[in-house]
Write a protein that binds this ligand. Structure first.
Ligand code: NAP
Length: 454
């Protein structure tokens, strides 16, 4: 894919960018290595001062950055503003907590002193997706820079202006030139960066094929990687649930980011005793969403990010209906330009239909009915993914069972799955490995050094 901003609402190409030459890339890697020497020697308070300044810039220019996000990938502008503000939050979180998260840990042994130190490791490559063009980057960069590492960003090819804006924010906040750099490179150039001795580790958020490629290339060079991949999160509703809240949150959890979120609720698993009620309210709510220009404040759902994504969603829905699924809402493209697809609801989905087993990365909800909690859990786990799960029940015994038996990186009870700087985020199974955020996130890219003084 060439590196370009193409407005998903109109199909218009706004700007194109040439990928870095080998010489320009070499210069940036050299700069990163130099900057690492500087940043690792800084105190936490010096790093925090800059990180807090980055938060101020994000807050004060949230509307401007939000418009860049919306222009490049089509999320409703009000959601883009919230995304930028959340980036400020993660900067402040690590500015305030990095020192505590990385403080020496004393371990009682027979030695005179024995403890664990957490040291930075160097330049880390972040390969990032377009769906949260600011948030995905800041949730990597804030802990990485606060730990004393430096960041190299290979962003998705359709969000170059977001990538450049982020680099500019760090520069304006007082970070040295090499501490955070955007590399305008294609995915084919990633292996060469991973090959370079100066790059110590990689993190990727994106699809399974991209994750497998980056992790195996990193492994060949004995470098660590963290992968945040796809998801097909269940949203389970049991008879004791607050149905109003479940319907309202369920719709929000499905259409967040125009349906293109790894932790969006994708499979709605509802107890049969309340399924008719849930279904009719859910379908009505999905039909009443306002699909339109993402730059308008009143828009609930904007265009999908690229024509390829609309094609993929259309194929998945059409094949699922052909396999016997019932179409309860949507199921079609909207308008004659841009990548608009109507909020869609499918039910009675056979096991061999794409909507049963594949991730649907667009505004398509799949409804399932179950007889009891065992069936709900079995269906929730009947996926190769294991990112998040949202369960709705007021029964304490059921809550405990869901928490213990669902195979995922996070379980949210009576709430939608969301990332939060204070708690770790990540998946199991094909959703990836490693964690971001919280104390665990900042400890992914450090040397956990044991000190033993006899
Ligand atoms: P993608 O194609 O995998 O792209 C993600 C990033 O990887 C982009 O920067 C892309 O660059 C790069 N890339 C693609 N193939 C590569 C390769 N072979 N080697 C090196 N880099 C490569 O992802 P997507 O399909 O756009 O994003 C959606 C996926 O991301 C979904 O599955 C979603 O669930 C997942 N996701 C996961 C999380 C999470 O936290 N778990 C969060 C958000 C999204 P180019 O753009 O240049 O191809």
């Amino acid at each position: 894919m060439s590196i370009a901003t193409i407005n998903p609402a109109t199909g218009e190409t706004i700007a194109t960018f040439e990928p870095l030459t080998a010489e320009a890339l070499e210069e940036k890697l050299q700069r990163a290595l130099f900057a690492f020497g500087v940043n690792r020697a800084r105190s936490f308070s010096e790093r925090a001062r800059r990180m807090n300044r980055a938060a101020e810039i994000l807050d004060s220019r949230a509307n401007e950055f939000a418009r860049t996000i919306t222009l490049e990938m089509g999320k409703p502008v009000k959601a883009a503003v919230a995304e930028v503000q959340k980036c400020a939050l993660v900067c402040r979180h690590y500015a305030d907590n990095a020192e505590r998260y990385l403080a020496d840990e004393h371990v009682p042994t027979e030695a005179k002193d024995s403890y664990v130190r957490f040291e930075p490791i160097g330049p880390v490559l972040a390969v990032m997706p377009w769906n949260f063009p600011f948030w995905q980057v800041f949730r990597f960069a804030a802990p990485a820079l606060m730990a004393g590492n430096v960041g190299l960003l290979k962003h998705a090819s359709n969000v170059p202006q977001s990538a450049l804006a982020i680099e500019e924010i760090f520069r304006e906040a007082g970070f040295d030139q090499g501490e955070f750099q955007t590399l305008l490179i294609t995915s084919e150039q990633v292996a060469a960066v991973l090959d370079d001795e100066r790059v110590k580790a990689a993190t990727l958020t994106g699809s399974e094929p991209a994750g497998a490629s980056v992790a195996s290339n990193a492994a060949k060079r004995i470098k660590k990687s963290v992968l945040e991949l796809g998801g097909s999160d269940p949203f389970i509703v049991m008879p004791s649930a607050d149905l109003d809240a479940a319907v309202q949150t369920g719709v929000k959890a499905r259409i967040v980011n125009n349906g293109q979120s790894c932790i969006a609720a994708k499979r709605f698993i509802v107890h049969q005793s309340i399924a008719d009620d849930f279904q009719s309210r859910f379908v009505d709510a999905m039909k009443s969403l306002h699909l339109g220009d993402p730059m308008e404040e009143s828009t609930d759902v904007g265009p999908l990010a690229t024509p390829l994504i609309v094609n993929d969603i259309e194929k998945q829905v059409d094949a699922s209906v052909a396999a016997g699924a019932k179409l309860l809402a949507g199921g079609k493209r909207v308008g004659d330009r841009g990548n608009f697809y109507a909020p869609t609801v499918l039910a009675d989905i056979p096991r061999d239909a794409p909507a049963f087993g594949e991730e649907t990365f667009g505004p398509v909800a799949s409804l399932f009915r179950v007889k009891n909690i065992d069936e709900a859990i079995a269906l929730a786990n009947a996926t190769t993914f294991g990112l998040g799960a949202s369960v709705w029940t007021r029964d304490g015994g059921e809550q405990k069972q869901f928490v213990e038996r669902i195979e995922s990186g996070q379980v949210f009870v009576n709430a939608m799955v969301a990332s939060d700087p204070r708690v770790p985020f990540g998946g199991v199974k094909h959703s990836g490995f490693g964690r971001e955020l919280g104390v665990y996130g900042i400890r992914e890219f450090v040397n956990i050094k044991t000190i033993w003084i006899a």
